[in-house]
Design a protein around this ligand. Sequence first.
Ligand code: NAD
Length: 250
Amino acid sequence: MALLDGKFAILTGAASARGLGRATAAMFAEHGATVAILDLDAASAEAAAAELGGDHVGLACDVTDKAACERVAADLAGRWGRIDILVNNAGITEPLRIMDVEPANYDAVLDVNLRGTLYMTQAVLPGMRAAGTGSIVNISSVSAQRGGGIFGGPHYAAAKAGILGLTKAVAREVAPDGVRVNAICPGFIATDITAGKLSDAQKAQVLAAIPVGRAGEARDVAGCALFLASDLSAYCTGTELDVNGGSHIH
Ligand code: NAD
């Protein structure tokens, strides 16, 4: 039996063609789930869902907008009857140094990564609690654990560290209700999040520090999300799963 047969999953920020959310949505679908791909732009979310075929859904949802998160969660719960899995994947980053982080940079990066994770979690939790089951997977980063050092600035490391704290506190609170909450900490994964701003020299330096000897691929993260979303990880909650090719062993 497929690992997610009959399950309904929401993935935020999942329209990006080479992104972690899109690869995770595809793997969840391969394993029997019906998925909702959320992203800023409705057309790209719909196109990403259509590419998967079947009954998958694409919807616009800016995760920094609490009302939008609630609306989308209610819409999907209405269509599906329940929501089993949430992957809080939407994120942005910026390569700034500490003195260059302006209020607008702080707001943008903290809001999408951390506030968005809070809002979407709050939107799905009442239904999961009522059902007595659910799995939430939050995408943090190795930057949270080792203090940046790849691309994102200190505000990004802080946002991703905030996600770890949120993950653990919510995991503790909702475990008695049958809901699990875990985090994934990817290392350097080849996606478009760096928007071509990582120079070849920087890339070579990052790659040289990865014992496995290659950048991660989106599917490497998707496989870990599949494990955390499925019942294989039934006794895991409040954990942080490293997917970094050995670049941060601790
Ligand atoms: P990506 O840029 O390919 O995808 C991010 C997606 O989030 C985009 O589709 C974007 O439109 C969407 N998004 C941005 N703001 C949003 C908002 N307000 N509401 C909804 N969606 C929004 O990036 P990716 O590399 O696939 O990153 C996915 C997640 O993984 C992010 O949280 C990122 O911080 C994290 N991460 C990535 C890496 C890496 O090396 N690629 C490493 C560690 C963590």
